[in-house]
Write a protein that binds this ligand. Structure first.
Ligand SMILES: O=C(O)[C@H]1O[C@H](OP(=O)(O)OP(=O)(O)OC[C@H]2O[C@@H](n3ccc(=O)[nH]c3=O)[C@H](O)[C@@H]2O)[C@H](O)[C@@H](O)[C@@H]1O
Length: 425
């Protein structure tokens, strides 16, 4: 009896223990499944989180990189090195306006006046001028660049005005004759009006073209010229002639101080690749192994001056007391054919010479008489032709490389008038 009762007691205890053990095992199982689940979802969450963090990081990088680049550019512009500039006292420093200051001649004049220590304001409508020509001054405290067309009035305070704004290459000025006329007439009136208002001295960049196809050789300042008033060049030739007339009307009637430079053929770095004048055309053609295009027989003559000589002449004239017109040019005269051969040799090019039809009203002979400039300004050109040409060749070689890297090589422009509607009226 006792033993049975004992057995029952033991088995009851075991059952309870078994139940307890089973309960514990179940709990342990549930806990482990739960643990795995928590672990897995933790890992899953972490990878999702890491993934989206990566995405956010790369998005931030995308946004921030251009900003970083801007900061680098800004830092560069703060530390930009300008060409050396002289210090001028308040009394000697002038406020100078150069219209067409981003063009070929204008940008070299800008360099000289900036380096001499003056405050220079360049006004340009960028028809033939380019920002690249003056970009090395942008940000300098003495320099200002204004995108403005002189056909509209301009109100600024200046002491001197170099009025150069006008296309100067035949294909460019014939491209839109009405605009060329407006620039040289209304533009000059506006600048003379400004000179009158602020008491500034104005130098007009006139041209050897006022002598037209000359019947006097060489041309001195007292020659009145031989211009076809209705020919394709008239918009420029007559535009410049009336610009000279306006200068002397303002001088006589309003007491404006004027200077008139009659500029003969000029060449040098920063001529536009597409300029169309003979020097840039021949050099580009020779460098690219293309035929050198001679218009007519090539027996017509020109005398070429290097741009730095011209710039020195312009500054000397502006600061002189000579108010009558002065020729600025290099009297070394060559036929265009001789010139083609010289450029071919200097470039070392195998290009052929191709004779094309003659340009209408092309002056047959041109050579400046520069006695007046020598006597009254103490000025004469000093850069030998070949030295200047080598500099221009070096410049155009670099320009071709630059253009090739930018996938664009313009062909020299022929001196032909474009048909159809033109821009810039
Ligand atoms: O270079 C300049 O300073 C002058 O250029 C031009 O006068 P132009 O003498 O006709 O200038 P180019 O177009 O360079 O022509 C010079 C001669 O070369 C000839 N030429 C031009 C380009 C060409 O590819 N081939 C060629 O034989 C022309 O027919 C002309 O007889 C402008 O009309 C003047 O205002 C300006 O002062």
């Amino acid at each position: 009896m006792v033993s049975k009762a004992l057995l029952r007691l033991v088995s009851a205890v075991n059952r309870r223990r078994m139940k307890l053990l089973l309960g514990i095992a179940l709990l342990a199982y549930v806990a482990s499944v739960w643990g795995n689940f928590v672990n897995m979802s933790f890992l899953l969450n972490r990878s999702i989180q890491e993934n989206s963090e990566l995405k956010i990081e790369s998005r931030i990088e995308e946004i921030v990189e251009p900003l970083r680049e801007k900061i680098r550019d800004l830092e560069k512009s703060f530390t930009q090195k300008y060409p050396p500039v002289k210090f001028l006292s308040e009394k000697d420093r002038k406020r100078i306006l150069i219209t067409g200051g981003a063009g070929f001649v204008g940008s070299h004049l800008t360099d000289k006046l900036m380096m001499d220590g003056h405050e220079v304001t360049v006004v340009d409508n960028f028809f033939t001028g380019r920002k690249r020509n003056v970009e090395h001054w942008i940000g300098h405290e003495n320099f200002e660049l204004i995108n403005h067309d002189v056909v509209e009035p301009l109100y600024i305070e200046v002491d001197q005005i170099y009025h150069l704004a006008s296309p100067a290459s035949p294909p460019n000025y014939m491209y839109n004759p009405i605009k060329t006329l407006k620039t040289n007439t209304i533009g000059t009136l506006n600048m003379l009006g400004l000179a009158k208002r602020v008491g500034a001295r104005l130098l007009l960049a006139s041209t050897s073209e006022v002598y037209g196809d000359p019947e006097v050789h060489p041309q001195s300042e007292d020659y009145w010229g031989h211009v076809n008033p209705i020919g394709p060049r008239a918009c420029y030739d007559e535009g410049k002639r009336v610009a000279e007339t306006m200068c002397y009307a303002y001088m006589k009637q309003e007491g404006v101080e004027v200077r008139v430079a009659r500029i003969f053929n000029t060449f040098g770095p920063r001529m536009h690749m597409n300029d169309g004048r003979v020097v840039s055309n021949f050099i580009l053609q020779a460098l690219q192994g293309e035929p050198l295009t001679v218009y007519g027989s090539g027996s017509q003559t020109r005398a070429f001056q290097y741009v730095s000589d011209l710039v020195n002449g312009l500054v000397a004239l502006m600061n002189s007391n000579v108010s009558s017109p002065v020729n600025l040019g290099n009297p070394e005269e060559h036929t265009i054919l001789e010139f083609a051969q010289l450029i071919k040799n200097l470039v070392g090019s195998g290009s052929e010479i191709q004779f094309l039809s003659e340009a209408q009203d092309d002056p047959q002979k041109r050579k400046p008489d520069i006695k007046k400039a020598k006597l009254m300004l103490g000025w004469e050109p000093v850069v030998p032709l070949e030295e200047g040409l080598n500099k221009a060749i070096h410049y155009f070689r670099k320009e071709l490389e630059y253009q090739a890297n930018n996938q664009y090589i313009p062909k020299p422009k022929p001196a032909r008038i474009k048909k159809g509607r033109t821009r810039h009226n």
